[in-house]
Design a protein around this ligand. Structure first.
Ligand SMILES: N[C@@H](CCC(=O)N[C@@H](CS)C(=O)NCC(=O)O)C(=O)O
Length: 202
C-alpha cells in the first residue's frame, strides 16, 4: 500500500500512528506529497480529487481518502482493535471528530496567515478558528478525561495528533495553561513509541 503523506500533517499522522500501534509500518510505503488550498502541488488529484493529504492506495480497490476512512479501513484490515464495539464506539468516533475539528481549524488558521495572499488575510477569521479550538479543548478537559484514560483507541490517537499539531505550529498559544488534566495526559501520550516515531516536522 502507498500513503500520500506530509510530515507536518496531523491527519496523515493519525494514519502513521495507527500503523505503528498495529506493528504494521512496513505494510505501507510513505509517498511525500504537499499541497495547499491554492494549489494541489504534488498531491495527485487523480488519487484524491480534493487534493488533500492523506490518501491511501491499496491493492484491492480505489484509493481511499479522508483520514477517518483510511483509519477505519486499516483498523479492520490489520485487526488493530482501535475502534471498540458499540456503545463505546460512539464515544470514540465523537472524540475523533472533535480532534479532527481542532486540527482542521488549526490548519485553516495556518493557511489563512501563511498561504492566503497578504492583502486579503483576515486576523478576525483566523481568531474565530482559534475560538473553535478553545471551546473544543475546554470540552475535552471537562468531559473526556475518563475516556482518554481508558484503553488506547482512535479517539485518543486523533487527540494526540491534534495537540501535537497545536504545539508544533501554535506553541505560543499555551493551550495547556488552563487545561491541566489534558496537558498531563498529552505529556504521557506523546511519549508512546508510536507518537515519538511520527513527531511532526516541517
Ligand atoms: N478531512 C481531511 C483533511 C485533510 C487535510 O485537510 N489535509 C491538509 C494537509 S494537513 C491538506 O491536504 N490540505 C490541502 C488542501 O486543503 O487543499 C482528512 O481527515 O483527511
Amino acid at each position: 500500500m502507498k500513503l500520500y503523506h506530509a510530515p507536518a500533517s496531523p491527519f496523515a499522522r493519525k494514519v502513521t500512528v495507527l500503523l505503528h500501534e498495529a506493528g504494521a509500518s512496513g505494510r505501507v510505503t510513505l509517498v511525500p506529497a504537499s499541497g495547499t488550498p491554492l494549489d494541489p502541488g504534488t498531491m495527485p488529484v487523480d488519487r484524491n480529487p480534493l487534493g488533500k493529504i492523506p490518501a491511501l492506495e491499496r491493492p484491492e480497490g480505489p484509493t481511499l481518502y479522508d483520514s477517518r476512512v483510511i483509519t477505519r479501513y486499516l483498523d479492520e484490515t490489520l485487526q488493530a482493535g482501535l475502534y471498540p464495539a458499540a456503545p463505546r464506539l460512539w464515544d470514540t468516533l465523537v472524540l475523533e471528530a472533535t480532534a479532527d475539528g481542532i486540527a482542521e481549524a488549526a490548519v485553516l488558521m495556518r493557511y489563512e496567515m501563511h498561504v492566503r495572499p497578504e492583502p486579503v488575510r483576515s486576523a478576525d477569521w483566523a481568531e474565530a478558528q482559534w475560538q473553535k479550538i478553545d471551546r473544543a479543548l475546554d470540552a475535552v478537559e471537562a468531559r473526556w478525561m475518563s475516556h482518554l484514560s481508558g484503553p488506547v483507541d482512535m479517539g485518543q490517537i486523533a487527540i494526540g495528533c491534534a495537540l501535537g499539531y497545536l504545539d508544533f505550529r501554535f506553541g505560543d498559544r499555551d493551550w495547556q495553561a488552563t487545561r491541566p488534566a489534558l496537558a498531563a495526559w498529552h505529556r504521557a501520550f506523546a511519549a508512546r513509541p508510536a507518537m515519538l516515531a511520527t513527531a511532526p516536522a516541517a
